[in-house]
Design a binder for this molecule. Structure first.
Ligand code: SIN
Ligand code: FE2
Length: 218
């Protein structure tokens, strides 16, 4: 029996929820139904505002390539981390949030219990083989009552989800193409990061993993 027989219809992907802790959940496959629209929108954004490697306040070049869509974009340089309405590379506003991005983020947040989430910022992270994101908290946003919605596309990765303190133990959460993690409320300030990406190939994006992180920043 092939997959089509098992599920009846290969175009309606299987989705399920995997709670991580109070306020955090992995929505398995939540973005799969919108895959085509998301990948097109991603292409359009990246044409306008290419990935770049930001410099940390301490002077290190981040290995994750980054760009943004939305009225605010997350940037880092020698002056610090901040949200900026202007792309420092072009001197122009970031591309607007594509409709497909906005709808997915709002739907995922609502599904996870955060109704009314309207992001104004989408940080787009690009991981290549060997690229990692060290443990951090998302705390540059104005209203920490708003959740984070994080969408995985392309190559799988291992997400590290820790506690309120840097030293707290972390769970290792494998994330695949189409998975969405939502964390907010009591989980909003939990430390998290991404283990080094393994080399490989995914039909959607080749050897790359893209993560879309939606936030209400302003
Ligand atoms: C982030 O913490 O900003 C990104 C997490 C991820 O790439 O899954
Ligand atoms: Fe983060």
């Amino acid at each position: 029996m092939n997959t089509a027989d098992l599920f009846g219809n290969v175009t309606s992907p299987v989705r399920w929820d995997e709670p991580l802790c109070d306020g955090a959940v992995v929505l398995r496959g939540f973005a799969l139904a919108d895959e085509t629209a998301l990948l097109h929108a991603l292409d359009a954004v990246v044409m306008q505002t290419p990935f770049r490697h930001l410099i940390t306040p301490g002077g290190f070049r981040m290995s994750v390539g980054m760009t943004n869509a939305g009225s605010l974009g997350w940037v880092s340089d020698r002056r610090g981390y901040r949200y900026d309405p202007v792309d420092p590379l072009s001197g122009k506003p970031w591309p607007g949030l594509p409709e497909a991005f906005l709808q997915l983020a709002t739907a995922a947040a609502a599904h996870a219990g955060f109704a009314g989430f309207v992001p104004d910022a989408c940080l787009i992270n690009r991981y290549e083989a060997g690229t990692r994101l060290s443990l951090h908290q998302d705390r540059d946003e104005h209203d920490l009552g708003q959740p984070i919605v994080s969408v995985s596309l392309g190559m799988p990765a291992v997400f590290l989800f820790g506690g309120r303190l840097r030293k707290d133990a972390q769970v290792r959460v494998p994330l695949a193409h189409g998975d969405v993690v939502v964390w907010g409320g009591p989980a909003r300030l939990r430390y998290h990061g991404v283990m080094p990406l393994k080399p490989g190939y995914h039909e959607a994006l080749g050897g790359v993993r893209i993560n879309l992180t939606f936030r209400k920043a302003g």
